[in-house]
Ligand binder design. Structure first.
Ligand code: SAM
Length: 252
């Protein structure tokens, strides 16, 4: 899926969750100084920034098929080699990275198995290939309440729960299909508190990802209904979001 949105819109919508997720994911992948790492599908740079703080900018490369994200990461993180590219055809020779990571990306790849195979190709033997994806199918993603409200009003709406890797065991299965045999799946959980319902809702109107596209597709009256349904499903006052991702790491 193409993300034709500004990095700022992305940061307000998903960055508020992915910046936190990046810490645990970098830990899980064992990212540390001395390594050279690739961030695949870097978006606005949530994980890239985390890798830079651990490895140093010159040891980090990043790719994304969205030109606005590539420009934003180049500006945010000087020294990082950031290129316009999809996972399925990475612009690097074989075995040049100690680790290749993809945070919240596999389910958006046109061909997840080819994308993971490419990540393995550019990683040295013994290096790490890692990916994580929200547990949308298990109802533990950061957008679960939103999609619940959507389904309450429109049971035929697609949602994100059928996407690649978002159900238990499927991400590890994709790794194995890509030839990464010892893939191990675990979970990572983050907690975010939004001060008000409006603060939680407003980023859904920015057109980011499947949820934002869905909101943008609605006429005003149905958008209003959806917002009010979300409000009913959430407690008054602060909105506490706990979100869990499936995460797989694997030795190449
Ligand atoms: C949900 S965002 C995640 C961004 C970032 N990794 C983060 O954690 O905030 C998904 C990203 O995947 C990128 N993407 C979509 N299709 C891709 C593909 N085939 N290969 C690599 N990245 C892709 C999008 O452009 C977008 O930046």
């Amino acid at each position: 899926m193409t993300f034709n949105v500004s990095a700022d819109a992305y940061a307000r919508f998903m960055g508020r969750y992915s910046e936190l997720l990046a810490a645990g994911f970098a830990d899980l992948a064992g990212a540390r100084r001395g390594q050279r790492a690739l961030d695949v599908g870097c978006g606005a740079g949530a994980l890239t920034a985390r890798l830079v703080s651990r490895l140093g900018a010159v040891a980090v490369c990043a790719v994304d098929p969205s030109a606005s994200f590539v420009a934003a990461v180049a500006e945010r993180l000087p020294g990082v080699d950031v290129q316009l590219s999809a996972a399925e055809q990475l612009p690097f020779p074989d075995g040049v990275f100690d680790a290749a990571l993809a945070q919240l990306v596999v389910h958006f790849m046109a061909d997840p198995v080819t994308g993971l195979r490419e990540m393995a190709r550019v990683t040295r033997p013994g290096g790490t290939v890692a990916a994580c994806v929200w547990d949308h199918a298990g109802g533990r993603g950061p957008l679960t309440t939103f999609w619940q409200a959507v389904r309450d009003l429109d049971p035929t709406a697609p949602g994100e729960s059928a996407m690649a890797g978002v159900s238990e065991g499927h991400l590890a299965q994709l790794f194995r299909q890509a030839g990464l045999r010892d893939a191990e799946e675990t979970t990572l959980t983050i907690h975010v508190r939004h001060a008000t319902f409006e603060e939680w809702w407003e980023p859904f109107t920015l057109g980011v990802g499947p949820a934002g596209s869905y909101v943008r597709s609605l006429p005003d009256d149905r958008r209003h209904l959806l917002r009010e349904r979300c409000r009913q499903l959430l407690p008054d006052g602060k909105v506490e979001v706990s979100a869990t991702a499936w995460a797989v790491t694997c030795r190449r």
